[in-house]
Design a protein around this ligand. Sequence first.
Ligand code: BJW
Ligand code: ZN
Length: 246
Amino acid sequence: MSDETLIHRAMQLLASARRLAVLTGAGISAESGVPTFREPGGLWDTAHVDKVATAEGFASDPPGVWRWYHQRRREMAVAQPNAGHVALAELERRIIADGGEFTLITQNVDGLHAEAGSRNVLRLHGSLAYVRCTRCDFGRRVGMGPIDDVPACPQCDAHLRPDVVWFGEELPAEAWQAAVGACERCDVFLAVGTSAIVQPAAALIELAIDAGAKAVEINLAPTPASETVDIALQGPAGEILPQIVQ
Ligand code: BJW
Ligand code: ZN
């Protein structure tokens, strides 16, 4: 099937959706200048996953891990939503105005969906605009601006950490349950810019398909999900999304 036909079919599917669930990953923010993880030149090329994205790594070197996150926070502070983020926000407005249901499930920690105007956003992996204490229940929004090199908890003086989900950690229960519910109910499912290998987020794709949804994927490259979705569109999300959200 030609690219044009696939795009037309995806457009029709989205236009017919009554309950849409969308899963996004780092690829949707790539055109905003936010690096992805697993592509050549991505974050995991230069950072060691066990050192920067586990609780054990943080415990053994809080200043080192914070240096890595400060750098990423600086990049996110200047990043602007791109045409892909904007198209999803527009799609939400349209579906809600028609009395439908729209859930945006994101693995991203950059806040760009909310900045683009998306309302119902479930952040499965937390947010780099928040910190929380490694010892007590303290947590706070700090935005993407400069903060202390190794911030300390105002309640107990322990190290604060980025409020993101590292490997081996549970996802925020409320967001996860809401995501599962949205995927079980949706009639159309859209996966955008995710390598679809990090669990349990990637399992949402199968969950939606098994529950009867038609599924569309947008990615620069094939992923493990490409074989199972109904329509796999290959190309930049910032170009394809505005075309299929019309
Ligand atoms: C474009 C584009 C453009 C580029 N347009 N497209 C079952 C089996 C095996 C392992 C596990 C399992 N269950 C759990 C695990 C362990 C683990 C896991 O999944 N490991 C895998 C690597 C195998 N999962 C966990 O540990 C999770 N927790 C958990 O399961 O808890 C239960 C439990 C507890 C205790 C013991 C056991 C279980 C937690 C996962 C947390 C992930 N955290 C990170 C870091 C967040 C903080 C931070 O940002 O620093 O989340 S890792 C990183 O990967 C980040 C992302 O959200 C996540 C997903 O990556 P994403 O978004 O898909 O990005 P990329 O780079 O991989 O892909 C980008 C894609 O975009 C590419 O495909 C490009 O082609 C495309 N692209 N430009 C369109 N312009
Ligand atoms: Zn504390």
